[in-house]
Design a protein around this ligand. Structure first.
Ligand SMILES: *[C@@H]1O[C@H](CO)[C@@H](O)[C@H](O)[C@H]1NC(C)=O
Length: 272
């Protein structure tokens, strides 16, 4: 999850800390806080994104919506010259599990209205170089229609690989936390950048459970559909958090998927 004052935080971190961890871009740190381990391979749509830029590596989450397409957060890939590799079918990301499929990302489309300021329209569609093999451990998750909104008070799950506490213990296995969709006013009070049409205000009022930076791009799953994408929070607070509202972007997503399919036809101008 990224913070709004990204550059300020990056500089502060560089000043305060000197270990190798700090060299990771902001999106690389992460944690599901106060969550629980997921039953292995019970979230077969989950994608682990490895984002490389020169010698720097960061990580994000994402999710498979078609055998050749993964949705994630735009801020995960918003730097020049990054290369992205997706791992599907993973439980323990540090191991070479037989279920894993590592696939390079050929190209991606960041939403044309994505803005780093306030992280508006924080959504990217990644086109895999080859189709994922769909099986027990690797599956797609449906997204809602444009008119299908998730109601306030709904309980949803978010999963990710990352730290499991503020102290920075990283989890190698997929973790999950259950969070509630909140009133938009709660996020509007925090920031004038909150846009209710394109964002979801989510969190645990008790501020014990949360997602954070490295969980960026992962799905908020409500009633078996991916309704949100982990986007950002406010400062060090665990509550509330902002997710990209997928239903708002459904027509845009469908259009990009059609383009991806056209590019796969041999001889088309943008193929290869
Ligand atoms: C979230 O996941 C947990 C653990 O698998 C499950 O018990 C719970 O019902 C899920 N909640 C929702 C809203 O799907």
């Amino acid at each position: 999850m990224a913070l709004s004052h990204q550059h300020w935080w990056e500089m502060l971190l560089l000043l305060l800390l000197t270990n190798a961890f700090v060299l990771l871009p902001w999106a690389g740190a992460g944690r599901i806080i106060d969550g629980q381990k997921v039953k292995p391979h019970s979230r077969p749509y989950m994608a682990h994104l490895k984002i490389q830029r020169g010698s720097q590596t960061s990580y994000c989450g994402g999710f498979l919506i078609r055998p050749d397409a993964v949705l994630s957060a735009a801020h995960c890939v918003d730097k020049e010259g990054v290369r992205v590799t997706v791992t599907l079918g993973a439980h323990n990301i540090r191991l070479w599990e037989w279920s894993q499929q590592k696939i390079r990302v050929g190209h991606w489309v960041v939403h044309p209205k994505y803005s780093r300021v306030g992280l508006k329209n924080d959504i990217v569609l990644l086109k895999l170089e080859k189709n994922a093999r769909i099986n027990k451990n690797v599956q797609i998750i449906p997204i809602p229609d444009e008119k299908e909104s998730v109601r306030e008070g709904a309980l949803c799950n978010v999963s990710g690989w990352g730290w499991t506490s503020m102290k920075g213990h990283k989890s190698n296995v997929l973790m999950e936390v259950e969070l509630k969709v909140q009133k938009e006013e709660i996020c509007q009070q925090r920031s004038s950048n909150f846009q209710h049409q394109s964002m979801l205000c989510v969190g645990d009022e008790c501020s014990k459970k949360a997602t954070s930076k490295g969980d960026s791009g992962g799905p908020l799953v409500c009633n078996k559909k991916a309704h949100g994408i982990v986007s950002h929070g406010y400062g060090d607070c665990l509550f509330p958090e902002v997710f990209t509202r997928i239903s708002h972007f459904e027509p845009w997503i469908r259009e990009q998927l059609r383009r991806f399919a056209l590019q796969d036809i041999p001889g088309s101008p943008s193929s290869g």
